[in-house]
Structures are given as C-alpha cells and as structure tokens.
Design a protein around this ligand. Structure first.
Ligand code: FEO
Length: 168
C-alpha cells in the first residue's frame, strides 16, 4: 500500500478518536447543564465517531497495515452557550470534511483505487454530519432565548440512537 496514503489514513484514525473524545466532552457539558436530550445526542455522536475510527482501522488492517496509535489531544471542556457548542460541532465537522477530502486527493494522486472507493462512504457521511449540525444551529436561532423551545429541542434530541451496522 502507498505510504503517503497509509500515513494520511493513520492520522485520520487519530482525528476520528479525537472527534469521539470531543463529543464525549460535549456530552459531559450537557450532563452538567441538565440537558439530558442534548447529552444523549452527543453520546450517540461519540459512539458514531468510534465506529468511524474502527472502520478505518479495519480497512488498514485488511490491506496488511499495522496501525501505530498516537496520543489523543485533550478536547475543549467548556462552552459559553448551547449555540456555541453546536457551532463548534459544525466547525469541527467542516474540518473533518476537509481532512477526508485531502486524503482522497492523495489517493487519487497515488492511483490507490481501493482507498478512493473506501473513502467515498466517509465523503457521503460528512454531508450528513454537516447537515445535522447546521440544521440544529438554525433551530437554535429560531428558539433564541425561549426556554420552552430549548426544552422541546432537548426532548427531541433524546430520541437519537446509534447502532453500529452488524456487518462492521
Ligand atoms: Fe467522523 Fe463526525 O465525522
């Protein structure tokens, strides 16, 4: 396997674990704020990011690579408002999209067709990740200072679940 592609995917494994850790920190933020629905949304996101990291690890392993795990950076642990948390989610997901696109660029340059095919799943996933965050920001803008609206959104976010696909 091309070494540049291996290095880029290995760095992305770390970014996906960092993403998981960031969402776990956001989960804890909302636990502390008495917002169980938002805490749940972040916990599901935490699980989803671990799935992303594992999916990449498995792909590298299936192509004969052993992954050297690096330290995971400490995430932010405090945000000034609910809006600030979700703005951070969108900004973070945009940076992950850019990172995945950059790896795809390397795979294209190196003519690694299997990795190009593998990464297409992540490229599609990032569309959904950014859409979810930006929809929540729009809803929070509509809610503004309305406490009842915020509680209703919290109830809705309590419904979110994530189940790892059986085949993975
Ligand atoms: Fe692994 Fe939120 O993208």
């Amino acid at each position: 396997m091309n070494q540049k592609v291996v290095e880029a995917l290995t760095a992305q494994v770390n970014k996906e674990f960092y993403s998981a850790y960031l969402y776990l920190a956001m989960n804890q933020h909302f636990e502390g704020e008495g917002m169980p629905g938002m805490a749940n949304w972040m916990y599901q996101q935490f699980q989803e990011e671990q799935f992303h990291a594992k999916k990449m690890l498995k792909y590298l392993n299936s192509r004969g690579q052993k992954v050297i795990l690096e330290a995971i950076e400490k995430p932010l642990i405090e945000w000034p408002s609910t809006m600030a948390v979700f703005e951070n989610v969108l900004e973070h997901e945009e940076s992950i999209t850019a990172s995945i696109n950059a790896i795809q660029g390397i795979a294209v340059d190196e003519k690694d067709f299997a990795t190009m095919n593998f990464l297409q799943w992540f490229i599609d996933e990032q569309i959904e990740e950014e859409e979810n965050a930006s929809n929540l920001i729009k809803q929070l803008e509509l809610i503004g200072d309305n406490g009842y609206g915020l509680l209703m959104l919290d109830k809705e976010l309590a419904q979110r679940t994530f189940a790892e696909p059986a085949a993975e």
